[in-house]
Ligand binder design. Structure first.
Ligand code: DQA
Length: 152
C-alpha cells in the first residue's frame, strides 16, 4: 500500500497567518488562509501530491511539525511569517530534516521594512518566492513538485 501512496508536501504557515483576509488586507490581500489551503489541496491533487497544511502562532509547534516531517514528507513549503526574520530554531529544524524546503511569502519582503529583508529560513531553502500574494503558495507548490519529480 505504502508503495502506491502519493508523495506528501507539508505546508506550514507561521504566526498571524490565521488572520489572513482581515489582517492588513492592503498588504496581504483578502484571501483567507482556508481559501489558500483549499487551493493548495486542489492543486496538489492535480499535480499528483498530497498536501498537508498546518498553521501555528507558536515557534515550538512549528519546530515539532518540521521534525515530524522527516521520513514522511517529500518537501516542505513554508511561510514562516515573522519567525522568518527571527527564528534560528526553525532554521535548525529545517536543516535537520534534510528535505527540500521552499520558502514563500505573500508580500514582497524587499519592498518593505529593512528588518524583513533578512530570512533565516532562506539558508535552508532551495529558493524563495515572494510578492505574488496567495499565488506565491501555488507557485511554491509547483516548485516543490518539480523537485520531487526530478528525484523520482
Ligand atoms: C509574510 C512577511 C513577514 O514579514 C510577516 O511577518 C508576515 C507575513 C508574508 O507572507 O508576506 O507575517 O511572511
Amino acid at each position: 500500500m505504502a508503495m502506491d501512496a502519493l508523495p506528501r508536501v507539508l505546508v506550514l504557515h507561521g504566526p498571524n497567518l490565521n488572520m489572513l483576509g482581515q489582517r492588513e488586507p492592503q498588504i496581504y490581500g483578502h484571501t483567507t488562509l482556508a481559501d489558500i489551503n483549499a487551493m493548495l489541496v486542489a492543486l496538489g491533487r492535480e499535480l499528483g501530491v498530497e498536501v498537508e497544511t498546518f498553521q501555528s502562532n507558536h515557534e515550538g509547534e512549528l519546530v515539532g511539525k518540521i521534525q515530524a516531517a522527516r521520513g514522511h514528507m517529500a518537501a516542505v513549503l513554508i511561510n514562516g511569517g515573522a519567525y522568518t526574520h527571527t527564528s534560528v530554531a526553525i532554521l535548525d529544524a529545517l536543516l535537520a530534516v534534510d528535505l527540500p524546503v521552499i520558502e514563500v511569502h505573500l508580500s514582497n519582503l524587499y519592498k518593505r521594512e529593512e528588518f524583513r529583508h533578512h530570512s533565516y529560513i532562506a539558508r535552508a531553502a532551495v529558493g524563495q518566492i515572494c510578492g505574488f500574494g496567495a499565488d506565491s503558495y501555488l507557485l511554491g507548490l509547483r516548485a516543490a513538485v518539480a523537485i520531487i519529480q526530478r528525484k523520482q
